[in-house]
Write a protein of this length. Structure first.
Lengths: 466, 409
């Protein structure tokens, strides 16, 4: 689950298993190359995740397949889930390039039933990655694994993403790991790893082996005491979504809404409006600490702050901003700081992102890419419904979040549904009056998605034996 | 301005044998037409028709029953008459599938089929459907004025004064000149209730111990997690969910047997009724700020309980809220129902077992054949915020109060 910040280049493979026996043989060999969490990889790293159809294709039996969580079993493209996640209009799975269900997929080869494995390769630079990829691809060919889609990505300069902002700053810290950080960010292990207690003090649903197959001795027993072998132990659920960043629409909106009286560009105000929408300045400085202007201190990962003490009325960091609403921290629904944290830490995710397309870090004056650019968004959580889906639906998409009326998340919650009369605003809390920018445009379009199981290395080994 | 109270109406009738499917199809096919009719009354906030599936309890066969629930403004007798006047032929269509219905005696039939609620919660007491709509427009117009106006150099007090002048000069806003008196926290009642409860604490503790020793340890919880439930059942529920960021929930729950359990739950209903009346009047039920209306109803000689709720957000969020904010209250009441996650001393465990509680809740959920809402576009927080704005508008405000007024828009 590490971010591998020093391995700049990535290639994700969406793979189809052509032959179960060969596929498992491949897994058996690749197992040894999978990077584990205990040490930092040097030149390359490799991780692997499985979809539900993928586990089925490899020969997992019905009873064991059924043991996985419902979201994972159903897949990301169902009518109800489309509503929950806001995958409508231009983000409708009908328009996805992969991951739509059989009915929606434009190309049947890329439908969810055919995406079995996601293999994630990381390399220190492009050359090393290319070499690594060649080796991997040779392995695919030998084991009848076909590449449904290769997805290249990289970390852009200063860890920024295409819209021009430093990303991936706020991450929860898993209790029990050696990482340190602000105490308010420490979250129970079981929120991210199966087999451990979560923030409710209970064990999250984890896939047990109900009907014996393969070498179950490779799997530990359930920590919850049921006596079952726990396939999920030390594993997690992973969400992957390919998200196009329409940087031209983004900056044109900012420029238009902040232009001077004579119609000329006001670059500082444009950046300020964008920062108010995000919650941080482009260099990562949080608005809560620097409400009026970006400090000249260079890039920062400052995540040590709350809202309760200094910004309860959101005049520094707006309620509707992307950062604040996706993690309200210690200021939630009028609760005390302590209670708020207690509540919000039950809905956190670990995010990992890699940018794709030309390496443009856009600005108010430079935002016209030649081709599609965007983000490979991935996140980890033990409970997809209670964490990722919850955040996306209840906090990001909800236009009546906190005390707002018509304000979806300006980055990830705006719907682009032709013909519908939808009021979508962004309100900036201010003194004496609140300011409102109206008619939000969709800056991010979903191009594909998949729900995956991210097993421990022992579990991968086990899967190769079923 | 005097408050017009919001009230609850619950009607129950036995479905004619083998008519459930026909009734269910009728409600599905003509949903929009029926909703339109309900809307014509102008006084219904939320309403639903639910076919409560029958079962065999203690050897007794309980048939399918049709429950009608409405949350409405004003006098119940007037409401009965309105239902007959506005829905006449529709009532015939629906109730001809139930036992004992006579089109010629609609009013009588409806009145006879009324049953009481054990507890009833409102998120925005004192606001009628009309007032909610008026205050919604007021908020919209104020926000628009602010957006389009030039307020440079003006203080909050001055801005408020200008807004007040502009709005109140319009004839369509003459109603906004008056404050609306919403129920306040009844401190006297609360203290009184508090004293009684304190006095009863030793009894409550002994009772909790009694329940734990003789009952809780023998309970048989459902023992499932959400993933272990029937997929088809859940899919069926989800078909109707999450269209508008507002949802409804209907539950039918078997009560645990025995007088002790009955005494416990009746005590807690009473406790709830009192608290709802004296304390939870500000749009917040034990810390949950998303419920519009909710009710508990005892059915079938108190052998079963119905729970109906209309709330903001998704089902997952709603239940998560409940656990987080009032797990003990939930456990207190619902631990007296069958298959609830194991509770300890009445208020501990139970709902706090998050996985099992979510599964239990989903497992007792039933389909709502027809759900009506007057307004799906506002949260309870919006509604109460609008009232606060209205009440502050026609007043002389200090700079501080004016600032706080403007923060709401």
């Amino acid at each position: 689950m590490r971010g591998y910040g020093h391995l700049k280049d990535t290639r994700y493979y969406l793979l189809h298993v052509g032959n179960a026996v060969l596929g498992k043989k491949w897994l058996d060999t690749i197992c040894n190359d999978i990077t584990d969490g205990s040490h930092k990889p040097i030149k390359t790293a490799l991780n692997i995740a499985f979809s539900h159809p993928g586990l089925k294709a490899l020969g997992m039996n019905e009873e064991n397949l059924r043991a996985f969580s419902r979201e994972f079993r159903e897949g990301i493209d169902t009518l109800h889930r489309n509503r929950l996640l806001g995958d409508e209009g231009t983000s409708d799975p009908k328009n996805w390039i992969f991951g739509g269900n059989a009915e929606n997929a434009q190309d049947p080869n890329t439908c969810d039933e055919n995406i079995h494995i996601m293999l994630m390769a990381f390399g220190e630079n492009e050359t090393i990655l290319t070499e690594f990829s060649a080796e991997l691809e040779a392995g695919f060919a030998q084991h009848e694994l076909s590449i449904v889609l290769p997805l290249d990505g990289k970390l852009l300069e200063d860890n920024k993403i295409h819209i021009g902002f430093r990303d991936g700053i706020s991450q929860p810290i898993i209790k029990g790991t050696e990482k340190t950080g602000p105490k308010s960010n420490m979250v129970a292990t079981g929120e991210f790893l199966l087999g451990y207690e979560n923030e409710y003090g209970v064990y999250p649903d984890t896939p047990f082996i109900y009907k014996e197959q393969g070498d179950v001795s490779l799997l530990p027993l359930d920590n919850g005491g049921s006596g079952n072998r726990d396939l999920g132990h030390n594993g997690s659920y992973m969400v992957y979504r390919k998200m196009e960043e329409k940087v031209d629409v983004f900056w044109e909106y900012m420029n238009e809404n902040t232009k001077s009286e004579d119609g000329s560009l006001n670059e500082a105000e444009s950046i300020k409006l964008a920062s108010k929408m995000i919650g941080r300045w482009p260099n990562g400085s949080p608005l809560v600490k620097f409400p009026d202007a970006m400090p000249n201190t260079g890039m920062t990962d400052d995540d040590d702050f709350g809202y309760h003490a200094d910004d309860q009325n959101a005049q520094k960091c707006p309620f509707g901003s992307h950062m604040r609403r996706n993690n309200p921290r210690d200021s939630f629904e009028g609760n005390s700081a302590r209670k708020s944290l207690n509540l919000t830490n039950k809905h956190r995710i670990i995010r990992r992102g890699r940018s794709y397309g030309e390496p443009l870090v856009s600005t108010p004056t430079n935002h016209k890419p030649e081709n599609e650019i965007g983000l490979h968004f991935t996140c980890f959580n033990a409970d997809i419904a209670g964490q990722y889906e919850f955040i996306q639906h209840t906090w990001a998409n909800f236009p009546r979040f906190e005390q707002l009326y018509n304000d979806p998340d300006p980055i990830t919650g705006v719907r682009d549904v032709a013909g519908e009369n939808c009021v979508q605003n962004f309100t900036i809390q201010d003194n004496p009056i609140n300011k409102c920018v109206k008619d939000l445009k969709q800056f991010v379009t979903v191009k594909g998605g998949v729900y995956l199981f991210f097993p421990s290395i022992s579990a991968i080994k086990y899967i190769s034996t079923i | 301005m005097n408050i017009i109270k919001q009230n609850a109406l619950t009607l129950i009738s036995t479905v004619e044998e083998n008519s459930s499917k026909k009734l269910s199809d009728l409600l599905a096919v003509r949903k929009n037409e029926f909703r339109e009719a309900l809307g014509k009354l102008g006084t219904i906030h939320y309403a639903r028709w639910v076919i409560v599936p029958g079962e065999t309890l203690d050897g007794e066969v309980i048939p399918d029953q049709l429950v009608f629930s409405s949350n409405f403004d004003g006098d119940p007798d007037v409401h009965f008459q309105d239902l007959v006047n506005y829905l006449g032929p529709i009532l015939d269509l629906i109730y001809e599938n139930t036992v004992g219905y006579q089109p010629a005696n609609k009013l009588d039939f409806l009145k006879k089929s009324r049953i009481p609620e054990a507890a009833f919660y409102q998120g925005s007491p004192g606001r009628t459907v009309r007032v909610i709509a008026q205050e919604k427009k007021l908020h919209y117009d104020l926000a628009d004025l602010i957006y389009r106006g030039n307020w440079t150099g003006m203080s909050a007090k001055q801005i408020h004064a200008k807004l007040r002048e502009t709005i109140l000069s319009k004839p369509e806003y003459s109603w906004a000149k008056d404050k609306i008196n919403t129920p306040g926290i009844n401190w006297f009642g609360l203290i009184f209730a508090g004293i009684i409860i304190l006095a009863l604490v030793p009894v409550i503790i002994l009772w909790a111990i009694y329940i734990q020793i003789f009952f809780e340890r023998k309970d048989k919880p459902l023992g499932k997690t959400p993933n272990q439930l029937d997929d088809n059942q859940i899919e069926k529920m989800e078909l109707d969910e999450d269209f508008h960021f507002q949802n409804q929930f209907s539950q039918i729950i078997k009560m645990k047997k025995g007088r002790s359990r009955a005494i416990t739950v009746n005590g807690l209903y009473l406790f709830t009724r009192v608290l709802v009346k004296v304390f939870f009047v500000k749009g917040n039920l034990m810390g949950i700020p998303t419920i519009h209306f909710a009710r508990w109803v005892q059915l079938d000689n108190k052998k079963r309980m119905l729970f109906f709720s209309n709330f903001d957000g998704s089902w997952t969020q709603y239940l998560a809220d409940f656990i987080d904010q009032s797990g003990w209250g939930l456990t207190g009441i619902f631990s007296n129902t069958d298959r609830f996650p194991r509770a300890y001393f009445l208020f501990f465990g139970g709902a706090y077992n998050e996985r099992q509680f979510l599964a239990w809740a989903r497992n007792t959920q039933i389909q709502t054949q027809l759900w009506y809402a007057a307004d799906l576009t506002q949260s309870i927080k919006n509604i109460n915020n609008n009232t606060a704005i209205r009440n502050l508008l026609n007043q002389d405000l200090s700079e501080k109060k004016a600032t706080s007024f403007l923060e709401r828009i």
